[in-house]
Design a protein around this ligand. Structure first.
Ligand SMILES: [Zn+2]
Ligand SMILES: [Zn+2]
Length: 277
């Protein structure tokens, strides 16, 4: 049986590199945004990433955390910042503290709790917003929002000298713009489709789809994961330019998964679908 392969997906604004199979490991690196989404077992290429966004504490998403913290110190890198669900912050702190005690050292890591509805400014032009996922333990979905400013609509067409004159006289000539550029569900069940409309509007959606076979519908419900039928059921709501399906069960072979997905999704959705498999 094959383990998880590393894949690279080009989107108009950034490249998503990553690897994901349910119960094995899940991690993605988005270089242009300066972040990793989940850490899996911490492959070497994530050690240099200074911001890690963890969706939840399940071991296939978070096992690499102590290793990351320890390697940042060993390689004399600045302390890494790791965002975790606020409800799990205490547990993650205990985990790191236990490893520090065992190794009789300190690590280079800042753990930051973030609750659903909260925002954190990652850069001047980039905001991280947490949403509630639906999973047996505290779990966040994350949305990345690009914030820019542009010339106010009513001033467009004016001569640059006139705009400069107005700016100099104290007039506000620009207005903020906001674009949701990436939404990552982490692990969740289909309840997120009812609780979070942003999932359908972000330019790129990275969404878990653990199960594809008809006889796995019960399993998806029991373990709070998404089945391809759940996605098919809301197919007409996706406004995303690109949809990346991920976190498939390791029991299913790549060709079988692609065939099942193709048979369940309408062509209008399928033409925007990529796989992390
Ligand atoms: Zn998982
Ligand atoms: Zn999970």
């Amino acid at each position: 049986m094959s383990r998880a392969a590393t894949v690279s997906i080009e989107t108009p604004r950034f490249t998503i590199q990553g690897s994901s199979r349910a119960g094995v490991e899940s991690w993605y690196r988005v270089k242009e945004l300066g972040v990793a989404l989940d850490i899996g077992r911490c492959p070497d290429n994530l050690i240099g990433v200074s911001k890690i966004v963890l969706t939840h504490a399940h071991i296939d998403h978070a096992a690499g955390l102590p290793y990351y913290a320890s390697q940042r110190k060993l390689q004399r890198l600045d302390p890494g910042t790791v965002f975790v669900p606020a409800a799990s912050l205490g547990g993650f702190r205990e985990l790191i503290a236990a490893h520090e005690r065992l190794e009789n050292t300190t690590y280079a890591i800042n753990l930051v709790g973030i609750a659903p509805g909260e925002e954190i400014e990652l850069r001047r032009d980039l905001v991280l917003r947490a949403h509630a996922a639906s999973h047996p333990i505290p779990a966040n979905a994350y949305e990345f929002i690009e914030r820019r400013s542009r010339l106010r609509a009513e001033l467009r067409g004016l001569a640059p000298t006139e705009i400069e004159r107005r700016r100099a006289s104290g007039e506000e000539v620009s207005e903020p713009t906001e674009a949701s550029i990436l939404f990552y569900t982490g692990d969740t069940d289909r309840q997120i489709f009812e609780s979070c409309d942003e999932i359908f509007r972000s330019e790129v959606l990275l969404i878990e789809c653990s199960f594809t076979w008809d006889d796995d519908r019960e399993r998806a419900k029991r373990y709070s994961h998404i089945h391809i039928d759940d996605i098919a059921g809301v197919a007409d709501r996706f406004r995303n330019k690109l949809i990346v399906l991920t976190h498939f069960s390791l029991r299913d072979a790549r060709e079988e998964i692609e065939r099942e997905v193709r048979s369940k999704l309408p062509a209008s959705l399928m033409e925007r679908v990529h796989f992390v498999l």
